[in-house]
Design a protein around this ligand. Structure first.
Ligand SMILES: [Fe+2]
Length: 470
């Protein structure tokens, strides 16, 4: 997603050495319905604090020179994200909702994502790390005071605490962005987390694909309180039958595509994808390197063998598309993905998540940076959808065949730059979140988008086909 376009984030706590990320279970995520005012305040505060703890863990684990350096021209210096989080939180909550005067109007242009592309940000007179932390911390203290006094209703930005939820999501989205920066950063590992659980006993016996029968389903939402404008409104979509992989495509399967000469055969590539493959010299997923007859990958500063049973990661849309053609299949459309994830055919309704309406727990999905990698294919049986599809939420973002377009009846809100300016054929939609996505920023309706050449994001894919069985 183009996270820089998102509204705001929040403050950072005092710096402290932190080698590992907080491993507390994710909070209850978004308020649903009929929460008391006090319970809603508590949920919001928990989400803001959870996001801030993660921001601190991602920025306290390296020294100042690593915070101010640009580790890739694709990314901002970490210290930019830190102050931008605070600046957006100030803009949306303190100024817009609270009516407060700007705290430091002179820094606003530095942290406006539309004013300065990422490659340009290191040359700006950015706040140094200590000042950036102090600014974000100051904003957060004032926001918590504002929250305590807010009626959380009476205006669209306030209803159900929407703007506070938007800010918590924004900070978590930047935390994902900062985790990508960590992945691109060279040097000793700075982050650690336990591995995900091993694949369940039934993983090897799962059917390769499921059939989703023809019929209508409800796509998008009118009721999810913290859903963003591009997820709205809910609308019925009629789909023909299709087949969908039970799990994301694995590293092992992807290696067979490579070994079969998939990168050298233009038959499998869209014309612009083939041109890009040649110009960029692509021959394997980003961060992979050959070692003897096998493959190694670099993951957060560690060099390790590529695990065959894990979903493939760091492939562009063009590579995913080429793999699918090689396999005699195709990428699913965004509507197919959402139907397989949310539709409950017995009740003819769409669920919030593949497993039902309850917020994500550890047994449902690999979310929230509890682990620094995807779980093996077939994991999380408790998180499977009504059609028996696994790992639709978490693990890896999944490229879809679809361009990023508005739903019928779309209305830009709270501002055009959130989604509307990105609609069009140049962006492809990704669905489902990844291990780096926080539960608060993940829903069955959530839509992500990016350029088809992008590979540094935590993206993989699964394939689909028309109804004939394999
Ligand atoms: Fe942003």
């Amino acid at each position: 997603m183009i996270d820089d376009a998102r509204p705001t984030g929040a403050p950072a706590g005092a710096p402290s050495p932190a080698a590992a990320l907080p491993q507390t279970p994710p909070p209850a995520a978004v308020p649903w319905e009929n929460l008391s005012r006090e319970a809603l305040r508590e949920t919001i505060a928990t989400e803001l604090l959870t996001a801030r703890a993660r921001t601190a863990a991602l920025t306290d684990c390296v020294e100042d020179p690593d915070l101010t350096a640009q580790h890739s021209p694709l990314m901002s210096p970490l210290v930019w994200d830190l102050a931008h989080i605070g600046n957006q939180e100030e803009l949306w909550l303190l100024r817009n909702i609270g009516g407060r005067d700007p705290m430091h109007p002179e820094i606003d242009p530095l942290y406006d994502a539309f004013e300065h592309p990422r490659a340009e940000r290191p040359s700006l007179p950015l706040l140094p790390p200590g000042e950036a932390r102090a600014y974000a911390h100051d904003v957060r203290g004032r926001v918590l005071d504002l929250l305590a006094a807010s009626p959380l209703e009476g205006a669209p930005l306030l209803d159900a605490g929407f703007a506070f939820g938007m800010i918590a999501q924004h900070e978590q989205q930047h935390d994902e962005t900062m985790l990508i920066t960590h992945q691109l950063r060279r040097g000793e590992p700075a982050l650690a987390a336990p591995p995900p659980p091993p694949a369940p006993a039934d993983a090897a016996a799962l059917p390769a694909e499921v059939l989703v029968p023809a019929g209508p389903f409800t796509m998008g939402t009118d009721t999810e309180p913290w859903a963003l404008d591009n997820e709205r409104p809910a609308h019925r979509v009629e789909l023909p039958a299709f087949r969908l992989d039970t799990t994301p495509v694995t590293n092992g399967a992807y290696q067979r595509f490579i070994a079969d000469g998939g990168y050298d055969d233009p038959r499998w590539w869209a014309p612009e994808g083939w041109q890009h493959r040649r110009q960029a010299g692509l021959s394997a997923p980003l961060f992979w390197q050959r070692e003897g007859g096998g493959w190694l990958r670099r993951r957060f500063g560690l060099l390790e063998p590529v695990p065959e049973d894990e979903p493939v990661l760091h492939v562009s849309w063009y590579e995913a598309d080429a793999y699918a053609r090689w396999a005699g299949r195709r990428l699913p459309t965004e509507a197919e993905w959402e139907k397989a994830a949310r539709h409950d055919p017995a009740a003819d309704r769409s669920r919030r998540y593949p497993w039902g309406d309850q917020p994500p727990a550890a047994e449902h999905a690999n979310l929230g940076q509890r682990h620094l990698r995807p779980a093996p294919a077939g994991s999380y049986p408790a998180g499977e959808s009504a059609y028996g599809v696994r790992q639709l939420m978490g693990d890896v973002w999944e490229w879809t065949a679809s361009d990023f377009r508005p739903y019928p009846g779309f209305r830009a809100w709270p501002y055009r730059e959130y989604s509307e300016v990105f609609f069009g054929p140049e962006y492809k939609v990704l669905r489902g979140g990844c291990f780096a996505v926080a539960p608060v920023a993940c829903r069955g309706t959530f839509r992500n988008w990016d350029y088809p050449v992008r590979r540094q994001i935590f993206a993989g894919f699964r394939t689909a086909a028309d109804p004939e069985p394999r």
